[in-house]
Design a protein around this ligand. Structure first.
Ligand code: SF4
Ligand code: SF4
Length: 175
């Protein structure tokens, strides 16, 4: 599976889409009994402060069955997967699980990922890191590297091709 397939699933994945829809239906059936819209999840959400993600509304929209609307919205991609909503919920509801499923559904139905996701994935697939190791500038305007600071070298995949194949396989299995 190529990078293009991983990031956009050029062809809609019918079986995968059905599995994720079943997962969302199960989440909806479980959540409708428990979430009482206290918004404690949203009050602690890191993405809410910066990007206006409101996890309690995600739960409410799921309850109403508005899945397509959420899958087509950019807001689902602002979740940072910090799991605070799951920790804060007094009812043990996990909006983050809904957001994972919605993002997976977006990929399975061939939606284009936001640009940053594609470049991060490209970087992980090619060097095993979100971004390559960089030198930094100190307050007195000197450029220093990790070894200048006494830090160990960052390990990278020994065989990039093998690493890419393994990662692609894992990503498809875990969608
Ligand atoms: S998911 Fe939990 S914290 Fe969020 S509104 Fe529902 S009950 Fe409250
Ligand atoms: S996991 Fe996502 S939705 Fe939940 S608190 Fe963190 S950023 Fe917000």
């Amino acid at each position: 599976m190529s990078l293009v397939d991983l990031t956009s699933m050029a062809e809609p994945q019918t079986q995968l889409k059905k599995e994720i829809n079943d997962r969302l239906k199960k989440l909806r059936d479980e959540l409708s009994d428990y979430c009482f819209q206290c918004a404690k999840c949203t009050s602690g959400c890191e993405a809410h402060k910066l990007l206006e993600l409101e996890p309690h509304k995600i739960v409410a929209l799921l309850k109403r069955g508005l899945i397509d609307e959420m899958v087509n919205s950019d807001v689902i991609w602002t979740c940072m997967s910090c799991f605070k909503c799951r920790e804060r919920c007094p009812q043990k509801v996990a909006p983050v699980e809904i957001l994972f499923a919605l993002k997976n559904l977006a990929v399975a139905t061939g939606k284009q990922l936001p640009g940053n996701y594609t470049s991060w994935l490209q970087s992980v697939l090619s060097i095993g890191l979100l971004q390559d190791v960089k030198s930094v500038n100190t307050k007195d305007n000197k450029t220093v590297t990790r070894s200048d600071l006494g830090l160990p070298a960052v390990s990278k995949p020994v065989d990039p091709n093998k690493f890419q194949m393994m990662l692609s396989k894992l990503a498809v299995e875990k969608v």
